[in-house]
Design a protein around this ligand. Sequence first.
Ligand code: G4P
Length: 533
Amino acid sequence: MPETTEPTRLTFAIISHPDAGKTTITEKILLFGGAIHTAGAVKSGKNLRSTVSDFMAMEKERGISISTSVMGFNYRGRRFNLLDTPGHADFSEDTYRTLTAVDSALMVIDSVKGVEERTRQLCEIARMRATPIMTFMNKLDREGKDPVELLDETERELDLKVSPLSWPIGQGSEFKGVYSLRTGRIVLFKPHQTQDFPELVIEDIGDPKLDQAVGEHLARKLREEMELVRGVHPEFRVEDYLSGRVTPVFFGSALNNFGVQELIDALAEMAPAPLPKPTVEGGLIDPDFKEMSGFVFKIHANLDPRHRDRVAYFRICSGKFERNEMYYHTGTGKSFRSSNPTAFMAQNRDIIDVAYPGDIIGFHDTGTLKIGDTLTQGAKFRFKGIPRFAPQIFRIILNTDPLKSKQFQKGLEQLAEEGVVQLFIRPQTNQRILGVVGQLQLEVVQYRLEHEYGASCKYEPVDFTTACWITCPDAKKLDTFLQRFSSRIVFDKDERPVFLAENRWVLDRTLKDFPEIKGYATSDLEDPRNSLR
Ligand code: G4P
């Protein structure tokens, strides 16, 4: 960041399976970072049951923060911007989008359960952009999996090299502390003590002080494990973490504040500064680029009737953002000015005057901004879009009140733009098909159509559970394919054909039978990694 004394930003999100401890670790990071002073300030979204009324009640109670809020604080010379992501799996798409706005991720794994489904999915998304990932193995105070096994499982399941930077001494009721491979310090765990853990500094792991502190048996075990670790894992290099090839691993217990200091220090020291971001035109925009630029990664409509507004979440990628400046909307060519951009800290929304690369700000907007839109000071480029991912649940949506068909159409289009659902058109019948990741999204659409647009709808089932975007260099062959499978073909909002299938087997089989047709797991058709063959 040129010409400023601003602290370098550290913009990151936490990825984990529900219950692994994301809320607890978020709170502890805020506590250690000095952003909050008491525990209990961060609410978990996990208690949200799968009904729309629970969701709405929660939205009202928590205001903007349920889907994505940004928590910012300064720590050790850096500005941490921690982007919260929805706790409910039905809103995974929000999380996917949030991951495009961060420069690194913290992965929390429950050491009792190991790598779980949601972690696997989110890790895969993070890796699509080679996002650096730091790992925290949580709940070491419980009898969990063996640390060697946990590391093996992480490597195997996530196809990601691991490099332990700390190592647990015992586990569960025998948990005695953590040895830092970086500093040689041993922090000794005291159950029910939440801060100021005693420390032992040893020059060498053979030091008899270790046996006195943790007992002979665990000291011997640690020495053996260290020998094994050093034999198996090459020495950690920060470049490998920054390039997304290796994840440094820390062990601890978020609930007991244990290992959190090491983690937050490692983040401050190693996590990347704002990274250059790719554009549709092919280049990268460096944070040092003098013009302000950034993109919208999320639109959130506040459901609280007292504050009915839409907030566009904007990630600054370069230059300096200034309130009331006129910016250029590269999609429409129109100008855009924001007189009340806001910063987020949990539930508070304060107006900000300036912001820098890595910062996330909110624009109150009446509908001019869409997900993926780029704003600049005049430069004509667009940041690479946020791909849409193949949904898993599909429903035909029908308007049930013919007098309200305009409202129905407008509402549906806006909700699709906001990213609440994906809207597809089936050309054969002109039906509208919604695609979602979770059932709750469908209920939200129905509720919001009724309450915000005065329209009513009903759903009809379809047999599909998976989809892929398709292309073919030969327009004639593509046309033949589209004709042949017309009952399975829909078009997305950019009018690109999407093939729907009952299951993955049918999808793979069809692509195999038509080798000239290319299938893609996301709407990003330029990225060869999305190709299904
Ligand atoms: P999430 O946001 O990833 O869903 O997880 P959350 O932090 O809410 O943690 C899930 C449960 O795991 C919580 O217990 C929490 O207290 C517990 N937990 C988090 N970190 C640790 C840890 O280091 N050790 C142990 N033993 N437990 C941990 P809960 O009973 O579901 O909720 P609560 O009543 O404690 O709030």
